[in-house]
Design a protein around this ligand. Structure first.
Ligand code: GLA
Length: 663
């Protein structure tokens, strides 16, 4: 399935290694030490100019590139490439004062002040014009600079705004989508609660209202906000190319499962392909872990990013060497984690491992954020690990351009994630992301590497496709083709319920009932702390349904209700489809029943094993022992991290890693 690209990030030799570099926070003499330490650590790329708008454009019509010239020249002289940011993520105070209408307005109608970052309205014409001008100026000046490896447009796009400019842009977007007001009224079901629009100016963003807003409006607003930011990204990217640059263009997305404000699959259409690179940031967030260890959380972000890239190159652009101070705080990474998490990302397809940031800041909100060079300086555990990782990534240079061919996919549709969160759901606990992470973790523990894939994509290359919670689905055509063609589809409860506008499909489970041969008669959410027992010993929680087999085999039923089913299987064409009418507390026994086989049969639990391979068949087995016992790695070849031969009877101690070139 993957379109392979062996010439990945051709501007960077080997795998990318480095981090955000903010020399503007430091006196000139520190810069020389930075470059010396970068070289010592094996850093080959630095992300610069992310928050430098105030420096290069200190006032209306004023431009000053002296410092950025010096930084770019310094990197070039040191043999380090630049991931050159456009600095548009944080307009300076002069800009906000000159254009107060560009400051964002929240849903309550409060216009927010400047003084932090990302204080802009994506739909404000003055901001839109300013970012294009900035991108053009930078491209004119640096397109052919020897340090330039790639462009980093904006930074972690996420801002939304509810102002009048945004309302007008939202109406334009809706006009484009629905044509006229009749189309919009029908899509949003505005006959409910007398919400019918008779003139376009009546249509508004979902601003704070007296009662719960219209779910169709909320869903379209999310789509619009994602598209508005994508428009900004594309405008900058176009300006860069118009002004003579042919270098790759990227932006750091947050494809981690903790942030889902953008439809990344839609973004992917514009951030993959020639001269584009998918990049992602991953910060581990203890309070959102749901009991899933960091190793598996890191794998989730990587698997989601690889899925998004769909065979094109992608890169872990930011992560933290240690704690991220802007979270609740109170956590630190364990020794070795920065290396293990980075290798896990590379194992799963990333073309390198980058961090925020190179040197810890002395001031500002992120003064306690971890860095590659911590406040303690180079004589520190963190910097020693940074050097170790740099040395290993250099040894792994030949891995660049190889890809991971996952046998299984987990379905993710951002529209469905959003729709499942709209107001008025039968259970507030049927949240999609935690469920995707739970299934992903169960499959990780089983030794199955999964792509996070969109339900509309070509799925024919996968042996298994899991849809833990696909609440919104227009129709079953693509999934039916997958099953009939020989695939095994596993569907979790409360899936296929609504159409693309969050309107309930007639006859449940709407889009999937025919395909699964199941009819759902009733939703029966399960109260927190309570469970539903199945007659085969399995247990359900959170959700259950009164469901009947119409043209399917009933594999298990709820105890005491033998006439209704809880687990169903239907053979169809050359494949089969399974349906769960409840959330099982334990997924593993169910996966046993389905017959989900691991990627490396017989490998120990807690041993992360992933294979990358080149088009010509050269393969690499990445092994990371997250367990407490030594683990044998079933591979034969040479361990690139030590240069020594590897045989299947050899094992890794707890915490150790190996990358075995097969053969
Ligand atoms: C994000 C941003 C960075 C920085 C880090 C801190 O990734 O892109 O500028 O704020 O978070 O973790």
């Amino acid at each position: 399935m993957a379109q392979r690209n062996t010439d990945i990030i051709p501007t960077i030799p080997g795998l990318a290694y480095g981090g955000d570099y903010n020399p503007e926070q430091w006196p000139r003499e520190v810069w020389d030490e930075d470059v010396r330490l970068m070289r010592e650590a094996g850093v080959n790329v630095a992300t610069v100019n992310v928050f430098s708008w105030a420096g290069i454009n200190p006032g209306p019509g004023e431009w000053d590139f002296e410092r950025l010239d010096a930084i770019m020249d310094l990197l070039a002289a040191g043999g380090i490439k630049a991931d050159l940011a456009t600095s548009t993520a944080s307009p300076p105070p002069w800009f906000s004062q000159a254009h107060p209408e560009t400051l964002p307005v929240n849903a309550e109608g409060v216009r927010l002040n400047y003084g932090a970052r990302a204080e802009y309205c994506p739909n404000a014409p003055a901001y839109q014009a300013a970012v294009v001008e900035m991108a053009a100026k930078l491209a004119e000046r640096y397109a052919n600079h020897p340090a330039l490896a790639m462009w980093h447009v904006g930074n972690e796009y996420y801002r939304s705004c509810y102002c009048d400019d945004s309302a007008a842009a939202f109406r334009d977007w809706l006009r484009e989508r629905y044509g006229d007001l009749d189309g919009l009224n029908s899509a949003w079901g505005t006959t409910f609660w007398s919400q019918t629009f008779t003139d376009w100016p009546q249509v508004m963003p979902p601003r704070a209202s007296a009662e719960t807003p219209n779910p169709g409006q909320v869903l379209d607003w999310q789509r619009f906000c994602s598209d508005a930011l994508l428009k900004l990204f594309r405008a900058e990217a176009d300006a860069i190319e118009r002004h003579g640059s042919d270098k790759p263009i990227t932006t750091n997305l947050m494809v981690t499962g903790n942030f889902n404000g953008l439809d990344y699959h839609r973004w992917g259409e514009h951030t993959t392909g020639p001269n584009r690179l998918i990049a992602t940031d991953h910060y581990l967030i203890p309070e959102q872990a749901d009991g899933i260890p960091w190793s598996i959380q890191a794998a989730f972000g990587a698997d989601a990013s690889r899925g998004l890239a769909a065979g094109s190159p992608w890169l872990l652009m930011e992560q933290s060497t240690n704690s991220s101070a802007w979270r609740r705080g109170g956590f630190a990474k364990r020794p070795g984690d920065l290396v293990r998490h980075s290798l896990s990302y590379v194992a799963r397809g990333s073309e390198g491992a980058m961090f925020f940031q190179w040197r810890a800041s002395r001031y500002g909100t992120e003064r306690y954020h971890a860095a590659m060079v911590p406040h303690a300086g180079a004589d520190s555990r963190v910097f020693r690990e940074v050097k170790q990782l740099g040395a290993w990534l250099k040894d792994l240079a030949e891995v660049k351009g190889s890809t991971v061919d996952a046998r299984a996919a987990i379905l993710l549709d951002f529209n469905s994630v959003w729709a499942a969160k709209t107001p008025g759901q039968p259970s507030a606990d049927m949240d999609t992301y935690p469920e995707l992470r739970r299934w992903h973790a169960a499959l990780w523990r089983r030794g199955v590497t999964t792509d996070l894939a969109n339900p509309a994509w070509d799925l024919s290359g996968y042996e298994y496709v899991f849809a833990p919670h696909l609440y919104l689905l227009e129709d079953d055509a693509n999934l039916r083709a997958y099953v009939e063609g020989g695939g095994t589809l596993v569907v979790g409860p409360y899936s296929g319920i609504v159409d693309g506008n969050d309107r309930v499909h007639p006859g449940l489970p709407g889009a999937l009932g025919d395909l699964m041969g199941v009819r759902v008669e009733e939703f029966r959410p399960i109260w927190e702390g309570e469970t539903a027992d199945l007659d085969n010993g399995w247990v359900g929680e959170t959700w259950s349904e009164v469901a009947h087999a119409v043209d399917a085999e009933t594999i298990a039923s709820f105890k005491g209700y033998p006439e209704t089913g809880a687990v169903f299987r239907r053979k169809l064409g050359r494949g089969e489809v399974w349906y769960l009418a409840t959330r099982l507390t334990e997924l593993d026994p169910f996966f046993d029943r389905v017959g989900v086989a691991p990627d490396f049969p017989g490998a120990p639990a807690d041993l992360e094993l992933v294979r990358r391979s080149h088009e010509d068949g050269r393969g690499y087995v990445f092994a990371i022992n997250h367990g407490k016992d030594p683990a044998k790695v079933p591979a034969t070849g040479r361990n690139l991290l030590t240069g020594k031969a590897w045989a299947p009877m050899l094992s890794l101690k707890p915490g150790e890693c190996a990358v075995i070139r097969e053969g």
